[in-house]
Every structure is written in structure tokens, then in C-alpha cells.
Design a protein around this ligand. Structure first.
Ligand SMILES: NC(=O)c1ccc[n+]([C@@H]2O[C@H](COP(=O)([O-])OP(=O)(O)OC[C@H]3O[C@@H](n4cnc5c(N)ncnc54)[C@H](OP(=O)(O)O)[C@@H]3O)[C@@H](O)[C@H]2O)c1
Length: 327
């Protein structure tokens, strides 16, 4: 995707309004108190889902979001607000433990994400990497058995999807050359925080592709589709921590070309609708799209394998045995 393609996507593509019904289904959306996550959850409630769980780090904000969804859809008894702080592995584990008692789980939307310029550790890595990559994957692996169980019981395809980004095109990811990539990303002295969000979205994409491969090769029962959706450039609060100079450059662009959060959510609903053609795919403008040249290159494939191996070791350390959930 070059600049012209991006501009065309932002200005000329009309995203289809979701119409698929989610009657009877239970769906979790992380980071759903504002922005794309809130509009995604609103769509699921509007489209008849039985239970939509807003997984949020601030439950007061989550309750306000729930109220807004109830007001706009007129549906009560559907939305639940559950606490989830992706900056804490204990919080992820507690959330997954609670979710294991759900009667069913049909769709998990890993949407929460941060963009920060200040290096801060959260658990064993820089916070962007912990929130956007490690914890989202930990949550996914912990909930995979419930997604599978539901798929088998109801004989249906279930979906595990992630909110990715076109910004994965915008970094040459210098940390890829380090002997241990995650350790390098946790190094405060060498961290390039201006590049970090882009790197996190590239790492996320590679890891999601790694997960999809593992699920394709898995012998466990259950039909799980894994995908990653790019919502495009969307007017949300995601850049709240960006520098003043960044805002000065981006504010006019945002005004001119950014989508609304509701339009961004349409891309997530497209991913959540599933379909075998979306498995392992990067989705953009509500269709399967091409990833960056690096992701498709031989080097990209090697880096993907390396990241997957490193992350597997980390996840096993956090929850021993968790990788068996895929096999
Ligand atoms: N906006 C864009 O142009 C754009 C483009 C491509 C991809 N994306 C991706 O879209 C996703 C949603 O972002 P958005 O644009 O809607 O931004 P947003 O309005 O800032 O929403 C981000 C959500 O993530 C939550 N979150 C942040 N840290 C968390 C944590 N530690 N634990 C749990 N939840 C946490 C936020 O909660 P709080 O409200 O409590 O902070 C918020 O609900 C992100 O993954 C982002 O990278 C956005």
C-alpha cells in the first residue's frame, strides 16, 4: 500500500454497512469503552447478539459506554462490563478465568491498543508491546479452548480477530536483527519510541499470522478463523499521547481524510463475520488485502518464526502449559 492507495482507501472507498445477525452469540470486545471498540460492540448489540462483553480497563468508562449502547440500540440485558487491564498479566489471567465460566464464546475481538511515546515497562516489556502484542495473544490463547468448545457444541465457525493497522507498512523494524527481538524492544536505552507503535503493529501482524498457521495445523476439534483487520485512519483518541508536533501535522489530515469510529468498526465487523477466505489474512477495506513487502518476504517469514518462538517461551513462562491450548 503506497500513499496513493492509502488516500484512495480513505477517501474513495465506501465500506459496507454490516448486516449479518449475531443472534444467540456471545462476543467479547477488548478496549470497547471508546473509539472503534465501542462502535464495534454497538454494532454487535444492534445486530442481535445475545451477550456482548465490554472488556475495559476502566469500568466506570465501560458502564458509560454500556449506557450509550443501550440508549442507541434500545436493547437491555445484553451488554456486560468486565474489567481487563492488558498491562497486567494477572488481570488477563483473572479475565480469562471468569470467561471460562461463560456458557459459550463465539467471537473474540482483540481491539484494545495504545500509542505512547514514553518508554514505560508493563510487566516484562515496554508497555506498547505488552498491551498491543503479548497480553492480547495471552488472552487469545487462554480463551481458545472456550471458542473451540463452543464451535464443537454448536457445529459452527468461531472467530478470533485482532485490530491491526496499515502502519505496519511504515517501519523498517530495525529491532528484528537483534538476537532476541522482545528483549531488544524492552531495552529502554535503545528504544525508538517514535517508531514503537508502528513496530508493535508489525509484530502483532506477524504473530497473528504465526497463530493462524498453528491453528491450521492443529488437530484439536473446533473451527476457528483467525484474522487481523485494518480499520484505516480513524478519528479516535488513540493518538492522545502523541507529541504536539505530531498533532500539528496530523490534525488537518485527520479532519480531511479520517473515517468515523463507526466506519472503522465496519471493518472489524467484516472480520468478525468470518469465512474461511479470511483465515490468516490481513483484511483492509472489508476484504482480504496484501501485507507489506517485508511481511511477504523470506526475511519476513523468518522473523515471523523467530517472533513466534520467542513469544511462545514468554507465554509459557506466564502461564505454564498455555501453548498446548493450540495443539
Ligand atoms: N484510530 C486509528 O486511526 C487506528 C488505525 C489503525 C488501527 N487502530 C487500532 O484500533 C484499535 C482501537 O483504537 P482506537 O483508534 O479506537 O483508539 P482509542 O479510542 O484510544 O481506543 C483504545 C482502547 O484500548 C483501550 N486500552 C488501552 N490500554 C488498555 C489496557 N492496558 N487494557 C485494556 N484496554 C486498554 C482503551 O481504554 P482507555 O479508554 O481506558 O484508555 C480504549 O478503550 C487499537 O488497536 C489501534 O491500534 C486505530
Amino acid at each position: 500500500m503506497d500513499f496513493r492507495d492509502w488516500l484512495h482507501s480513505q477517501l474513495c472507498v465506501t465500506l459496507p454497512v454490516p448486516t449479518k445477525r449475531y443472534s444467540g452469540l456471545t462476543i467479547i470486545v477488548t478496549g470497547s469503552n471508546v473509539g472503534i471498540g465501542l462502535e464495534t460492540a454497538r454494532y454487535f448489540v444492534f445486530l442481535d447478539a445475545a451477550k456482548v462483553i465490554l472488556a475495559v480497563r476502566n469500568t466506570a468508562k465501560g458502564e458509560a459506554a454500556a449506557k450509550s449502547i443501550i440508549q442507541s440500540t434500545g436493547r437491555t440485558g445484553v451488554v456486560e462490563v468486565w474489567h481487563l487491564d492488558l498491562a497486567s498479566y494477572d488481570s488477563v489471567k483473572a479475565f480469562a478465568e471468569r470467561a471460562s465460566s461463560l456458557e459459550r464464546l463465539d467471537i473474540l475481538v482483540n481491539n484494545a491498543g495504545i500509542l505512547v511515546y514514553k518508554f514505560e515497562l508493563a510487566e516484562d516489556n515496554e508497555s506498547t508491546i505488552t498491551v498491543n502484542v503479548v497480553s492480547s495473544m495471552l488472552l487469545s490463547l487462554l480463551l481458545l479452548p472456550k471458542l473451540r468448545e463452543t464451535s464443537v457444541r454448536y457445529g459452527k465457525e468461531n472467530v478470533l480477530t485482532f485490530t491491526g493497522s496499515f502502519v505496519h507498512f511504515m517501519t523498517d523494524f530495525p529491532e528484528r536483527k537483534a538476537p532476541n527481538i522482545f528483549k531488544e524492544l524492552a531495552n529502554k536505552e535503545r528504544a525508538n519510541m517514535k517508531n514503537r507503535y508502528y513496530v508493535s503493529k508489525l509484530v502483532q501482524l506477524l504473530i497473528v499470522r504465526g497463530l493462524a498457521n498453528q491453528i491450521t495445523n492443529s488437530t484439536s476439534p473446533g473451527d476457528i478463523t483467525v484474522s487481523i483487520a485494518n480499520p484505516g485512519f480513524v478519528k479516535t483518541e488513540v493518538m492522545r499521547n502523541a507529541s504536539v508536533s505530531f498533532h500539528l501535522i496530523f490534525r488537518p489530515w485527520r479532519k480531511l481524510v479520517a473515517r468515523s469510529a463507526e466506519e472503522g468498526a465496519r471493518t472489524i465487523l467484516h472480520a468478525a463475520a468470518g469465512g474461511k477466505e479470511t483465515h490468516g489474512q490481513y483484511l483492509s477495506d472489508c476484504k482480504v488485502a496484501e501485507t507489506s513487502e517485508f511481511v511477504r518476504s523470506n526475511e519476513g517469514e523468518e522473523v515471523q518464526k523467530k517472533l513466534w518462538a520467542e513469544l511462545s517461551t514468554t507465554l509459557e513462562r506466564i502461564v505454564p502449559g498455555v501453548m498446548k491450548n493450540i495443539s
